[in-house]
Design a protein around this ligand. Structure first.
Ligand code: CP3
Length: 354
């Protein structure tokens, strides 16, 4: 299929879903809800099917991916599914020696620090991730009118794992390259933009109704550094998938000072963490974009009354937005009570029904 075939045309059964309407800033009967990391360790049914299967292995098994992706949709009645995978899956698929260590995150055997190390990064072909295409085919058949969100890691966040060799608090090696060898940095980000563009394109062509670019750690940068050293690569990704006409969501954590630039990079929907109220976020992002967010995930550990009160604060701040998709300000945590998440979906739907 080519971009001109308009996979998101009216013949697509998810086109008129509440989630996609909100992303397009069209009127909706209620505010749609989904949760980042809605699939995963908070769900007993997830722990059960993952027993004895390593994280990366589970991402490469279409039957498991399909089951795990559907679990939170069945349980919470969220308005969108997010494809079960991880941001490092396309890197693994092109042969980078990496693993996802439980309780730690992605760990890279040979970090990328020099020009010679860049040779590890070849282009991504559809055959490298055949299991993604297969799983999305199975998923869209099962999901019917519920949209499936595809995703990828943004060039900066992927670079941070590749250069540091694993999770990092201060991103010291990453920043050392960005400031000290801007040419090498630009080359690295450009290659990652190519891989990410290919990965999102594969997911859209297989049937994903929207895509989210996770730039989880980009809040570590100043606006000037973001504009100079990161924005061109992220913009390249958004440009690459623009012809498909599916909503493009752009999310990061601690990005209050970057919201305007992240919108400018090309998103249709800007994800907001819990630090900036949505009405203020809308001023920073400017007109013509929907917002996604932004309940502090830690609120879910409070009493039911407190969860509802904090949720109502988010909804009040969202009242004047052009489009709003309710979400947490970051991912579901493994220790969260899944029933609290189900109640939260019900509450947002009930409060916003019009
Ligand atoms: O949202 C969803 O339901 C889809 C699943 C999803 C996973 N990772 C599954 C996963 C998504 C969207 C991701 C993206 C991801 N991975 C990001 C961006 C989102 C964010 O939270 O900011 C990042 C930074 C990563 C890297 C990563 N992978 C981390 C930090 C971890 C956690 C390590 C740990 O054990 O605490 C992972 C592993 C991972 N990815 C798990 C899941 C369900 C846990 C591993 C397991 O269940 O065994």
């Amino acid at each position: 299929m080519s971009a001109n075939d308009r996979p998101m045309g009216a013949q697509n059964p998810t086109y008129d879903s509440v989630f996609l309407k909100a992303c397009r800033r069209e009127p909706v009967p209620y505010t749609p809800v989904w949760f980042m990391r809605q699939a995963g360790r908070s769900l007993p049914e997830y722990l059960k099917v993952r027993e004895g299967v390593a994280m990366l292995e589970s991402c490469m098994r279409p039957d498991l991916v399909t089951e795990i992706t559907l679990q939170p949709v069945r349980r919470h009645k969220v308005d969108a599914a997010i494809y079960f995978s991880d941001i490092v899956v396309p890197l693994k698929a092109i042969g980078i020696d990496l693993d996802i260590k439980p309780g730690v995150g992605p760990v890279i055997a040979r970090p990328i620090r020099t020009r010679a190390d860049l040779a590890q990064l070849r282009g991504l072909e559809p055959a490298d991730v055949w299991y993604v295409t297969e799983a999305i085919g199975m998923l869209t058949a099962e999901l019917g009118g519920t949209p499936l969100i595809g995703f990828a890691g943004a060039p900066f966040t992927l670079a941070s794992y590749l250069v540091e060799g694993g999770p990092s608090r201060n991103h010291e090696h990453t920043k050392a390259m960005m400031y000290g060898d801007p040419e090498l940095w630009a080359e690295l980000l450009d290659r990652l933009a190519e891989i990410t563009s290919a990965f999102l394109t594969i997911q859209i062509e297989a049937g994903a109704s929207a895509v989210q670019l996770f730039d989880s750690w980009v809040g570590a940068l100043s606006p000037a550094d973001y504009r100079r050293s990161v924005m061109p690569a992220s913009a390249k990704v958004f440009d690459a998938v623009a012809p498909y006409g599916v909503p493009r969501i752009h999310f990061g954590v601690g990005t209050g000072e970057l919201l305007g630039l992240m919108g400018e990079a090309g998103a249709d929907v800007v994800g907001v963490d819990w630090r900036v109220p949505l009405d203020e976020a809308a001023r920073r992002v400017g007109p013509g974009k929907a917002l996604q967010g932004n309940l502090d995930p830690a609120v879910l550990f409070a009493t039911r009354e407190a969860v509802e009160a904090k949720t109502d604060e988010v909804l009040a701040a969202a009242a004047g937005l052009e489009g709003h998709v309710f979400n947490l300000g970051h991912g579901v945590m493994p220790t969260m009570d899944p029933d609290a998440l189900t109640r939260l979906v019900e509450h947002v739907h009930a409060r916003t029904s019009r």
